[in-house]
Ligand binder design. Structure first.
Ligand code: MG
Length: 183
């Protein structure tokens, strides 16, 4: 089993909605970002990449790359889900916490969970999304932006498909190590 955590923050700017978990939530502001600023998905991606020790979302999708300008963050999540699967893991569960004073998150939680479960190829019961305020303290409390925190647990599902050394002996060793229940 492998555990990972991810954190993301975006600042409010001009706009009439924020993207959270792939849901366009109406708001008096938007989020300033190179992509769609979906802090829920960005935190979740970083948690998945962290669990795999594969760096972070900035390495896989550099903000300097024009290909990711205004792209849906669900594209990033699908990429990370593919990496999890390629390496022979499956999501055990994910838990995401959104921190903001506004907009109200609760009415949109189920739609977010559905989106995330769809992209991760898991049951909706394996994905938790919840929200809290920070009691008017700090940048979230002052309504300057939104933060999201994610934790994921991955479980071994099969041998990885990408680690395939040419040497058959080495391949056997790698496969055995990857299948070690201790890992
Ligand atoms: Mg981000």
């Amino acid at each position: 089993m492998r555990i990972g955590q991810g954190i993301d923050v975006h600042v409010f700017g001009p706009g009439d909605h924020v993207m959270l978990g792939g849901v366009a939530v109406p708001h008096t502001h938007g989020l300033v970002a190179h992509s769609d600023g979906d802090v829920v998905i960005h935190a979740l991606c970083d948690a998945l990449l962290g669990a795999l020790a594969l760096g972070d979302i900035g390495i896989h999708f550099p903000p300097s790359d024009p290909r990711w300008k205004d792209v849906s963050s669900r594209h990033f999540l699908l990429h990370c889900a593919a990496l999890v699967s390629e390496r022979g893991y499956a999501l055990a569960n994910a838990d995401v916490t959104i921190v903001c004073e506004r907009p109200k998150i609760a009415p949109h939680v189920e739609a977010m969970r559905r989106n995330l479960a769809t992209d991760l190829g898991c049951a909706i019961g394996d994905v938790s999304v919840k929200a809290t305020t920070s009691e008017k303290l700090g940048f979230t409390g002052r309504g300057e932006g939104i933060a999201a925190f994610a934790v994921v647990l991955l479980q071994r599902s099969r041998a990885p498909t990408t680690v395939a050394p040419d040497d058959p002996v080495l391949r056997e060793l790698v496969t055995r190590a990857e299948l070690d229940p201790q890992s």
